[in-house]
Design a protein around this ligand. Sequence first.
Ligand SMILES: Cc1cc2nc3c(=O)[nH]c(=O)nc-3n(C[C@H](O)[C@H](O)[C@H](O)COP(=O)(O)OP(=O)(O)OC[C@H]3O[C@@H](n4cnc5c(N)ncnc54)[C@H](O)[C@@H]3O)c2cc1C
Length: 421
Amino acid sequence: MAAAAIPDVELSEIDQIEPAQETTCCIVGGGPGGMMLALLLARRGVKVTLLEAHKDFDREFRGDTLHPSILEILDQIGLAEPLHRLPHNKIYGPTFQSGGRSFAPIDFRRLKTRFPYILLIPQTKFLEFLAAEAKNYRTFQMRMVANVGALIEGETGVCGVRYQSTDGWHELRARLTVGADGRFSKVRQLAGFEPIKTSPPMDILWFQLPHLPGDEHSDRVMGGFGNGRLLAVFDRIDYWQIGYVFPKGRYQQLRAAGMDAFRKSISEIEPRFAKHVEWLREWNQCSLLSVESSRCPIWHKPGLLLIGDAAHVMSPVGGVGINYAVQDAVVAANVLTVPLLNRDVHDRDLAKVQHQRETATRVIQKIQSAMQTRLIASALQWQGTLEVPWMVRLFLKIPILRDLPARVLAFGVKRVRLEED
Ligand SMILES: Cc1cc2nc3c(=O)[nH]c(=O)nc-3n(C[C@H](O)[C@H](O)[C@H](O)COP(=O)(O)OP(=O)(O)OC[C@H]3O[C@@H](n4cnc5c(N)ncnc54)[C@H](O)[C@@H]3O)c2cc1C
């Protein structure tokens, strides 16, 4: 079941505010970035309170991919093994298909890591897992249905937040407030940060199709091209998770053409889904992702830091959003644990977090943008089947070059490790 949208809250003067509570680090948002940062700080003894607007972690589909870099980080704190005990699937790379031919450019199995695959696990389960782990530390507190609507600003900068819960408004004072509240970040807006946006040339409809008797399981992400459409297919063991990519802004046109035309265009790209598409009956079985990519020029001000999608929204190319949010959290924990334990966090410490993460973010966004304009945009314009350019085939035959895309996808531009004494 999809989680309810977060209502926009306004704090009026007549609202009753409970006496202030206190913490050292207030994290707004229990997504992969916020949850991971809360866990890493709590296990080092930092008093941390996480505020999450929803009542649980059940949410609309927002990606299930845990890259090797996240698995290595979890392994550092002894959590990779317990995570692997949850139901999951492993993906070793993408296979693209067009006109009956297939092409598998990336194989994670060649990477030097204990975890040469992407682990597919529902994001809800991953977040519940991190939350359960964080609850083992007495310095960790989590408030669900805590919708942040205002920042508290003092002489030294931001010193906490006001949030609305079922029983009214509350104040939480903190040395540091972290905005990990996602692509529509309220904290970012309240802090007055304006992201620089780019608009990739596509939108995506996400939906599920059932696994039918006789379907073979797949340990690859299947990418199909054809007739100006692109399909990404993930095997989720008991169902197929499908991303249907189409030119930006054409959703209404797609709907106007009708469900029959939609089903037909899917089975034209993936003929083996001819039967499965009968399960698609209503448009509300699909969720629309209006693809965007953005980055804030500044991620911090005194008392406040942004991480994850709040600081930079990633295009879905390569599915790196969760990876980058978690890596931000790890770097923030590396840099800020000691200042937070000493209750002495300076703006220069926050600047260090941005400095350590910004280049990696810019580079991956440039790579995504090049792939979008050179490959995806032409695939979405092209009405026939596609041939893989000879230069790409040549590149992937050269041993020292062929694993570069896999490494960048698996670890990001720079491998991030947890630094603990
Ligand atoms: C349809 C879709 C498919 C995607 N597929 C993939 C994929 O395959 N792989 C991948 O890596 N990435 C994918 N992404 C991107 C990925 O979901 C994000 O990059 C990632 O979740 C970012 O993590 P985050 O912790 O920064 O923010 P989020 O995961 O967005 O978490 C933010 C949290 O903050 C909470 N919140 C928001 N406002 C407030 C408030 N005012 N007060 C309190 N709490 C608040 C929200 O409820 C939410 O729980 C996808 C995204 C979408 C939308």
